[in-house]
Ligand binder design. Structure first.
Ligand code: PEP
Length: 251
């Protein structure tokens, strides 16, 4: 059975003391609750070790928001998958549209990052999604297929089973516009069929596919009620316990 996951993406927000306070606040708010989903928080690199030490990692998984496309060595400023794993983090968000757009991450770079993440025991949360013009031109199915194929189709079935997909329409990220639950269901089901065509029905059925894009306490319940929407990747609303907790409780 695939897991339901609600994952926060803090992006480049919070100082270390602010991030630790947020993580501790969430940890406390979840204490004693029986949840129908796993919870993950994606923090800046500088916060990973502190956050992993401050929360109960059996209840809250910790994610980096990126990793290097090289193993180690003379790559000033980069942070490797091995370094991330050594902090106690268990996940890494890869291929976020902001990294594709602002840092020019290509399918080939992402393929290398996925391989290194997996080799170091991290679970990639791999983001795919179309921009507005692509949706309006009816190209969204082809775009996400291409993104999945280009970076994730050369894995062993065993490695692929450790991938979480996040479908994030770029036009919905941070804009307050959300895909409707029908739109999300339609494309999630499509992504699952694409996965089945390469890795088979059983692995596709076990793959967690998250929705991301202005998900909040008001729309989360409707989105996660759809059969192929297995949770969410949450940006803005993950920055406060009050906004994030109702999403975690939407299942
Ligand atoms: C994101 O950046 O992954 C995201 C979904 O952001 P927001 O929830 O703010 O739209």
């Amino acid at each position: 059975m695939r897991k339901n996951i609600i994952a926060g993406n803090w992006k480049m927000n919070t100082t270390l003391p602010e991030g630790l306070a947020l993580a501790k606040g969430l940890n406390k708010a979840l204490e004693g609750k029986s949840l129908k989903c796993d919870v993950v928080i994606g923090t800046p690199f500088t916060h990973l070790a502190g956050v992993a030490a401050a929360v109960d990692t059996a209840r809250i998984g910790v994610a980096a928001q990126n990793c290097a496309d090289r193993d180690k060595g003379a790559y000033t400023g980069e942070v490797s998958a091995a370094m991330i794993a050594s902090t106690g983090a268990g996940y890494v968000i890869l291929g976020h549209s902001e990294r594709r757009q602002y840092y020019h991450e290509t399918a080939a770079t992402l393929k290398a990052k996925v391989a290194l993440a997996l080799a170091n025991g991290l679970k990639p949360i791999f983001c795919v999604g179309e921009v507005l013009e692509e949706r309006e031109a009816g190209k969204h199915f082809d775009i996400v297929d291409q993104q999945v194929r280009d970076s994730l189709f050369d894995l062993t079935p065993e490695d692929f089973s450790r991938i979480v997909i996040a479908y994030e329409p770029v036009w919905a990220i941070g804009t307050g516009k959300t895909a409707t639950a029908d739109q999300a269901q339609e494309i999630h089901a499509h992504i699952r069929r694409t996965i089945a065509s390469r890795y088979g029905e059983a692995i596709a059925a076990d793959t967690t596919i998250l929705y991301g894009g202005s998900m909040n306490a008001d729309n989360a319940r409707d989105l996660v009620a759809r059969p192929d929407v297995d949770g969410g990747l949450i940006g803005g609303a993950s920055l406060s316990v009050e906004k994030f907790l109702p999403i975690v409780e939407a299942f």
